[in-house]
Design a protein around this ligand. Structure first.
Ligand code: GTP
Ligand code: MG
Length: 310
């Protein structure tokens, strides 16, 4: 913990490994982590595969570093522990930042645990916070439900789309129109970027007004050339300030902690239930002795018992 506070990269890496393993942390470590008030601005990046998330993260790190801030990066893979190829690709793009002692880069994999990321991401965020990161960027690799789950952990979410017929509409269909605090049309060097931005503005204007009242800007970037990223950082700063001013920051942090507690409950329940009991109950349902709802209710009532005792 002392090493993390001093911003030592090895200590940060070790502590994140410890929290990622999911084992119980020693009480003093837990206390030190939760006593530290969250200060880092947590920024999630999401969007379709290949849109330029990793390139944008690397460029954003550069922009934040130019502004003198210490930066953390979490590359999150909700889909599979096996698709480390994508993360390896990301690492290549991050090479220019890897020797920078003010940049902490880390990948987290889901490892097939139910709620594994909902637990390990907030933990890792706490470590990076303790290490003095002013901003933490989270990139989700892969698609699916867990993607929105993980971006739900951020203070500000950047949704990226690429130019291309109907991409904005697709994004809207995928629920991305409600998700973003800042929208970015990346690959502005390609044809159709201006049209995609216009389409996106139309989609956003048509979307039901957001309950929080924030009006997400639509920006354009060419991440490979580092163009437009300063404007993205400005927009993120504005959103952060806006959240602080309107009390939204505390709300988002509460939600993040609620997600984390829920994940811990699920993990604990899963351990207490055990595969054997689940399997036995599944058998009983298959035999027509029980219905799934009754089986679930029995497990919840006494998760520690084996199914045959139910
Ligand atoms: N022309 C152009 N290409 C870009 C731009 N930004 C990224 N790319 C390229 O798009 C490809 C995908 O970029 P990534 O940053 O890996 O995209 P990603 O969204 O992280 O991809 P996944 O993590 O696999 O979903 C790479 O070949 C990039 O070089 C851009 O602004 N213009
Ligand atoms: Mg990527």
């Amino acid at each position: 913990v002392a090493g993390v506070r001093a911003g030592q990269p090895r200590a940060v890496a070790r502590l994140i490994s410890l929290v990622e393993d999911g084992g119980a942390l020693p009480q003093p470590v837990r206390a030190a982590l939760s006593a530290h008030p969250p200060t880092a601005h947590v920024v999630g990046l999401t969007g379709p595969p290949g849109v330029g998330k990793s390139t944008s993260v690397a460029a954003l790190v550069g922009e934040y570093r130019r502004r003198g801030l210490r930066v953390g990066v979490l590359a999150v893979d909700p889909s599979s522990p096996l698709s480390s190829g994508a993360l390896l690709g990301d690492r290549v793009r991050m090479t220019e930042h890897e020797t920078d002692p003010e940049v902490f880069i880390r990948s987290l994999a889901a490892r097939g645990h139910l709620g594994g990321l909902a637990r390990s991401v907030p933990h890792a965020l706490r470590v990076l916070d303790l290490a003095g990161c002013a901003v933490v960027l989270i990139e989700t690799v892969g698609v699916g439900q867990s993607e929105t789950e993980v971006t739900g952990l951020a203070d500000s979410t950047v949704v990226l789309i690429a130019p291309g017929a109907g991409d904005a509409i697709q994004a809207a269909k995928a629920g991305l129109a409600e998700l973003g605090d800042v929208y970015v049309v990346n690959k502005a060097d390609q044809d159709g970027a201006a049209r995609a931005a216009a389409e996106l503005r139309t989609v956003l204007a048509a979307a039901v007004g957001r309950p929080d009242g924030w009006r997400p800007p639509v920006l354009s970037t060419t991440a490979v050339r580092g163009e437009g990223l300063a404007e993205v950082v400005d927009a993120l700063d504005a959103h952060h300030a806006w959240l602080r001013e309107h009390g939204g920051l505390a709300g988002r942090r509460r939600r993040r902690i609620a997600v984390e507690i829920e994940a811990l409950v699920l993990t604990a329940l899963r351990e207490r239930v055990g595969e054997a009991a689940l399997d036995e109950l599944a058998g009983a349902v298959l035999d027509g002795v029980l219905d799934p709802e009754t089986a679930a209710r029995r497990l919840l009532a006494s998760p520690g018992r084996v199914a045959s005792e139910h």
